[in-house]
Design a protein around this ligand. Sequence first.
Ligand code: SAJ
Length: 434
Amino acid sequence: MTVCVHGLGYIGLPTAAILAAAGREVVGYDTDPTVLNRLSRERVPTEEPGLEGLIREAKAADRFRVSAEPVPAEYHLICVPTPLDRRSNTADLTAVESAARTIAPLLRPGDTVILESTVPPRTTVDVVAPFLETASTTAGEDFHLAFSPETVLPGNILRELRENDRIVGGVTPESTAAAVGLYREFVEGQIHRAPDPSTAEFVKLLQNTFRDVNIALANEIAKLAADYEVDSRAAIELANVHPRVDIHDPGPGVGGHCIPLDPWFLGQDSDQLDVIASARRVNDGMPAYVVGLLGEHIESVGSPKVAILGVAYKGNVDDTRESPGLAIARQLQQRQRRRQEADIGDEVVLNGGVSEVEVVLHDAHVSDQTLDLRPLEEAVTGADALVIATDHDEYERLDPSPIRTAMDGTVVMDTRAILPPDEWREAGFTVLRI
Ligand code: SAJ
């Protein structure tokens, strides 16, 4: 009845907890001693609702333990990270390869290996299978091998792990059936059988690419609307009354660990990316667009202070990976430097005596020690401009009057369109939106 979960991150940990709650004996293996230490003290690295409690219950029931050593198990689930190598825009499969190498000597006849990490198409058959197979054993014959992507939304992981439909693609129908057998134990949504692992891998990437391209369309629409002095949000809302139109929300860019990466995985072994690559560039260009708009309003101030509210990549989560808010902060500082270089020409001394934009960060959910986050009051006091970069509920409810009193300037750039603009204008603000 054992399951060994390889990788106790955003997906591995909740999956391990849910499997334990469903009655499995689960061993969570991770190569990072910090992760293991934290978990042995029952500390969960994210603020994912319900997760800490579920882990505590699983440990109390003796069905979940963390381990620095992988163990033989009926099922091995690979949930390790697959970062993007920025130089080549390709997936770094080191952790997947190392998990497969770790599992190989533990495999017994009839065991099942399931890859859940997001990977370029064909990874299960071309990369994982060769590590697991020996001269006398074949995937699909001696052991089972399948790919099944996670599709859960951070902030809602436990519910979506149970309720979302699941796609499973095995190297043989028997491998698919073995993997389906495990997911049936906790998935309440439908389980769909893909013809093979490569199709399942491809489908996972399509889902995030669909979202990325649609968000890029919304962002491009927002830029077009600005040129015609049309309110993009009002226009999109009206366009969406059509039964077959569903334009997404414009914003300061696309963050998170999935959507900005996955479209590139599709192009790993194909040169067909066109619209998809273009959409990526539109979304990656949004922080610069925000900084450009803001720049027009703060350029006359000598050394402006800009308060950025929201470094999480989206509302009500504490995850800062690929954060648009942080990208805006970096680009604001670079823009100021570039302007000074242009003004002073060869005489420029980057770190000496030049006035730069002072960027102060606040976040209602993130508590990352490396980020120098400030309390809200400190962040806004003396600020010349305010940028709302994340749609946290706390920011929707901000009272404009005390903020106006505390700030030196009157500019608020609401990249998420969450503030009631009339109320903020009445309080004396110049409200910019995209
Ligand atoms: N965003 C917009 N406009 C929108 C929607 C989102 O600018 O209309 C931004 C968000 O603010 C955020 C980014 O896009 O910065 C991504 O947020 P998200 O909520 O769209 O997605 P993630 O990254 O949190 O989770 C996605 C989900 N994929 C899809 O909805 C197709 C999730 O279901 C996946 O499981 C997850 O990626 C993953 O792990 O792949």
